[in-house]
Design a protein around this ligand. Structure first.
Ligand code: ADP
Ligand code: MG
Ligand code: ZN
Length: 619
């Protein structure tokens, strides 16, 4: 038998198995009326309708009632534990009523036995067939003649993208970080000669539509190397073992075409933390993930394949993926700010006719929260509108209307932030920044943005001045105040508070609790630690805290924590009142340009105390 016939055999086997399954399932329910429940049977006996019930050995019932000329047959099921009679009695059927019904119990027929046997044997044959199939699959990489193997090989013919960095806008920092990868792919020898360790894996992290796929393609286009891509969700397939062999094939192809890029989209689909799934088997995923790790670990210095992966859920990735020598480069793609949006609009406006009066800057201002994909969509909608209006060029009204269409449209990747919301976020972030600047112990502000990151409306970074491992009490108090600065600003300016501060409050609670229970930094409780922490060292996660103190002490701890937080909030509020003019100025500037660097911020609010600089810390 040649290999071609073998693969036909697989299809034939599966076909027969499926037909058999369907057939037996249909056989099970011969009556289209559907089975009766025991209570319905009981009711019909009480109504005197039923003349005979046949109890079969698999607990199914054939219920025969005297209906007019010919008897009616219906099916039902009894519970397996007890007899039919006791179940009917439980539903209130009296012995007199039962006497009118003939109850027959059929002995197991030989035919039923054969059917049962078929039920057992068929799955065995199917599973056996599957195993055989998988076994063949595993060998498939050596046996290119296999039908499945062939189609896979075709799938991974690397494409040569034509997009370059020119086509990617608004994410300049991410682009900058990838330039090195491009250089390596262009001239690997230059790096290898110097013994430089080349990144094997780059992880692109960002919300949907921010250009992760585009950027990966641009790297390959820029370097002029082939681009092999696969999506994590494709691996979640029905046959166990296929995912792993697909990965093997993919990497084999890639190595043959090196230098090149392997792009794994939606890596979270396979790279989820192992053992974190909800029920079911995740063997398939796990095997796929393991295979990917094995392949990456097996890269030699001259393999010259760089794996680029994309995800919007870095938080759920298996830590094994992020270990050194794997995806140890992480590049974040943020939602674009106003300047970024304008640059992206310009990219997509290229080669399209526009009225001279069109102002893309104003469109960018009107689309806070839009990502690259939305902006591309916007330009496209504008062009469609212009065409429908029989215009020669796209005008401002069409673009304005296109904003609406994108917001309403099904393809939208993100939501537009309202003016009111934007104002609150601006004051919230300005509040953080102003408090940071006004406290000598706080690390300087590095960057402020009101462009949304995940759940948070905006973000303010400040950097420690050096790599300290010891933290002082003053420093921790400063942290409490700066985290609370956002909410305090909302309170001060709008006389109301929003849910946007929940992340801040979580941080504040954690810091304050640690100060009291771990670092002995409260005056009332003194220099003692409370509670023993058990940590899973390997995972680096806390699993539980054992209490070794009384209820009274617990209350005291809560009181101390609350006092620390309350005092810090008051401090933040006082600072913001004192620097209200600066707060307004920073917020207004943020509303205008959305992102401020340290220099831009300090121009508006020169630090009252000298500040140095060092690693970013989001607030
Ligand atoms: P992701 O993979 O992050 O979901 P994509 O790369 O698929 O996003 O982006 C979809 C489309 O949106 C791209 O093909 C491109 O046309 C447009 N786009 C997204 N981000 C940008 C950007 N930064 N610059 C230019 N166009 C972009
Ligand atoms: Mg994508
Ligand atoms: Zn905040």
């Amino acid at each position: 038998m040649n290999s071609r016939n073998q693969s036909y055999m697989i299809y034939l086997l599966l076909f027969i198995a499926i037909v058999a399954m369907v057939y037996f399932n249909v056989k099970q329910q011969p009556n289209a009326q559907g089975p009766l429940t025991i209570s319905q049977v009981a009711q019909q006996i009480q109504d005197g309708k039923i003349t005979r019930i046949v109890v079969k050995d698999d607990n199914s019932l054939l219920v025969i009632s005297s209906g007019g000329s010919s008897p009616i047959e219906q099916t039902a099921r009894k519970e397996p534990e007890t007899t039919l009679v006791s179940q009917l009695v439980a539903f209130g059927v009296t012995p007199e009523q039962l006497a009118n019904v003939t109850i027959e119990v059929t002995p197991p027929s030989s035919w039923a036995g054969i059917l049962n046997l078929a039920y057992i044997i068929l799955p065995v044959i199917m599973i056996g067939g599957l195993f055989w199939f998988i076994f063949r699959q595993a060998q498939g990489s050596n046996n290119a003649a296999m039908a499945f193997g062939k189609s896979k090989a075709r799938m991974f013919s690397g494409e040569h993208p034509t997009v370059t960095f020119e086509d990617v806008a608004g994410i300049d920092e991410s682009k900058e970080e990838l330039k090195e990868v491009v250089e390596f792919l262009k001239e690997p020898q230059k790096f290898i000669q110097l013994g430089a360790r080349i990144p094997k894996g780059v992880l692109l992290v960002g919300p949907p539509g921010t250009g992760k796929t585009l950027l990966a393609k641009a790297v390959s286009g820029e370097a002029g190397v082939p681009f092999f891509s696969i999506s994590g969700s494709e691996f979640v397939e029905m046959f166990v073992g296929v995912g792993a062999s697909r990965v093997r094939d993919l990497f084999e192809q890639a190595k043959r075409h090196s230098p090149c890029i392997v792009f794994v989209d939606e890596i979270d689909a396979v790279g989820r933390q192992r053992g974190a799934g909800l029920g079911g088997s995740h063997d398939e995923r796990e095997q796929t993930l393991n295979q990917m790790l094995v392949e990456m670990d097996g890269f030699d210095t001259d393999t010259n394949v760089i794996v680029v992966a994309a995800t919007n859920r870095p938080d759920i990735l298996d830590p094994a993926l992020l270990r050194p020598g794997r995806f140890d480069r992480r590049i974040t793609l943020d939602r674009p700010d106003m300047r970024g949006r304008e640059a992206i609009l310009k990219v997509h406006a290229r080669g399209k006719p526009f009225e001279p009066s069109v102002d893309l800057g104003s469109i960018a201002r009107g689309t806070p929260g839009f990502v690259g994909a939305d902006l591309e969509n916007l330009i496209n909608e504008g062009a469609i509108l212009a065409a429908r209006r029989n215009l020669k060029a796209i005008g401002q009204p069409e673009l304005e209307e296109a904003i609406e269409r994108v917001i309403m449209g099904p393809e939208r990747k993100s939501r537009l932030i309202s003016e009111e919301e934007k104002r609150i976020i601006a004051y919230h972030e300005a509040g953080h920044a102003v408090v940071i600047n006004a406290i000598p112990e706080a690390d300087p502000v590095q960057k402020i943005t009101i462009v949304g990151r995940g759940q948070a409306g905006g973000l303010t970074w400040n950097r420690p001045t050096d790599d300290r491992t010891l933290t002082s009490r003053k420093k921790m108090l400063a942290q409490l105040a700066l985290f609370l600065g956002g909410r305090a600003a909302e309170q001060l300016v709008f006389d109301d508070i929003t849910s946007g501060a929940s992340n801040d409050l979580e941080n504040v609670t954690k810091i304050a609790r640690t100060m009291v229970t771990r670092f002995g930094m409260s005056t009332e409780l003194g220099s003692m630690t409370y509670g023993q922490k058990e940590e899973l060292i390997f995972l680096g996660r806390e699993i539980s805290e054992q209490r070794d103190y009384s209820e009274a002490v617990a209350e005291q701890i809560d009181r101390e924590v609350r006092k620390l937080v309350d005092d810090s909030y008051k401090q933040a509020l006082a600072i913001l009142k004192k620097y209200r003019k600066e707060l307004d100025a920073v917020a207004n500037k943020l509303l205008e340009v959305e992102t401020l660097t340290r220099e831009e911020f300090e121009k508006i609010f020169p630090p009252p105390f000298p500040k140095k600089s060092g690693t970013p810390q989001p607030a």
